[in-house]
Design a protein around this ligand. Structure first.
Ligand code: PMP
Length: 359
């Protein structure tokens, strides 16, 4: 007999990560290209040498270091096994079966997954024509059952960022019993000056999510954090999978905070490359929305899948999203050049629906 699982599992989308092939240039997962700094690698090795011991389940040293770095009391900080775990934990602490979670769509692929896993109901709200959050439509989508709203700023995969004024108006308009998760996974690349931690001060229902996976270069060891009201932090601890923020991750994150000036300086190079990529693609005739993250978005609609496949065949893995578009992570200059070589040549131009002779 087949073991019984939940009847609704078939309706839960499976998270699809970016592809990876040996030898291919991987611009598909918004990672950084450089490995850990020597001090971070040493902290990882030291922590690995004690792998026989359980980690500190309260991640107190890491939370202390984050408290110092962010100027936020430790009681306002929770750590997670990547910020994706905190997304799931937020649904778990706010929603019962049938409660509603609002998010923009298209946005981070995990929002519908974590919502449905918790038995809650996803309420996706289409992006604006400029590929950003439609905050008015998101407000209009609030019902008696709404418990949580994800706002991804800058938005993955489109890169669009919200202005401070519109975000503040939105936060003030959301009823105070509804939790708003400001997902700032790409905060360190956002040059618009909007800082969720500032906006969350005095707004007890606002939770800020950040991660060590992107600018800090620790995607492989899994650690993120939430800044929130102490009551939310306490609630998160209840649903947290015990010991899921492992000892290597905690040590690596602390070492990254110690080296944060050096690591954050690297984001300037990515931002410069991002602007170079966008300018070059626009010059070639592509529609490229303004981006505040470490990727660019090409809204190629129904042409996306074939375009992504052709790019992979040309040795550059990018990320197609259904019939919406493709996302290209900013890599090293030679990797970005490899994508530009593909994108500006006649076959790709034809797939993108551009005139085959560049103007
Ligand atoms: N939020 C957003 C918007 C993301 O793009 C990602 C990673 N793709 C995450 C959260 C999760 O990152 P991690 O779990 O690695 O911290």
């Amino acid at each position: 007999m087949t073991p019984a699982t939940r009847a609704d599992l078939a309706s839960i989308p499976t998270y699809v990560p970016g592809r990876s092939y040996p030898g291919a240039i991987k611009l598909a997962s918004n990672e950084t290209t450089q490995g850990p700094l020597p001090g971070v690698a040493q902290a990882i090795a030291d922590a690995a040498a004690n792998a026989n011991r359980y980690p500190d389940n309260t991640a107190s040293a890491l939370i202390g270091a984050l408290s110092q770095a962010l100027g936020v009391p430790a009681e306002n900080i929770a750590a997670g096994c990547g910020s994706v775990a905190l997304c799931q934990e937020l649904v778990q602490i706010t929603c019962g079966v049938g409660d509603e979670v609002i998010y923009a769509w298209r946005s981070f692929e995990a929002y519908p997954v974590v919502t449905k896993v918790a038995g809650a109901t996803p309420v996706p709200v289409p992006l604006t024509v400029d590929h950003g959050h439609d905050l008015d439509a998101m407000l209009a989508a609030i019902t008696d059952r709404t418990r949580l709203i994800f706002v991804c700023n800058p938005n993955n995969p489109t890169g669009a960022a919200l202005g401070r004024d519109e975000l503040e108006l939105f936060l003030d308009a959301v009823p105070a019993h509804i939790v708003v998760a400001l997902d700032e996974a790409y905060f360190e690349y956002n040059r618009s000056g909007v800082d969720g931690i500032e906006l969350a001060r005095g707004r007890r229902n606002v939770v800020v999510l950040r991660t060590f996976s992107k600018a800090y270069g620790l995607a492989g060891v899994r650690v993120g954090y939430a800044v929130a009201d102490p009551e939310i932090v306490t609630a998160l601890a209840k649903v947290h999978i015990t010991f899921s923020v492992n000892a290597v991750a905690q040590a690596a994150a602390i070492a990254c905070l110690d080296a944060r000036d050096e690591l954050l300086a690297r984001t300037d190079a990515i931002v410069a490359e991002r602007d170079r990529m966008r300018d070059a693609l626009i010059a070639a005739g592509y529609d490229v929305p303004v981006t505040e993250a470490n990727f660019v978005w090409l809204p190629l609609r129904e042409r996306s899948a074939a375009y992504g496949e052709a790019s992979a065949e040309a040795g550059v893995l990018i990320r197609p999203y259904g019939t919406d578009g493709v996302r290209i992570t900013i890599g090293d200059p030679h990797e970005n050049d490899a994508f530009l070589t593909f994108a500006t040549a006649a076959p790709a131009r034809e797939l993108a629906g551009l005139p085959v002779v560049a103007q």
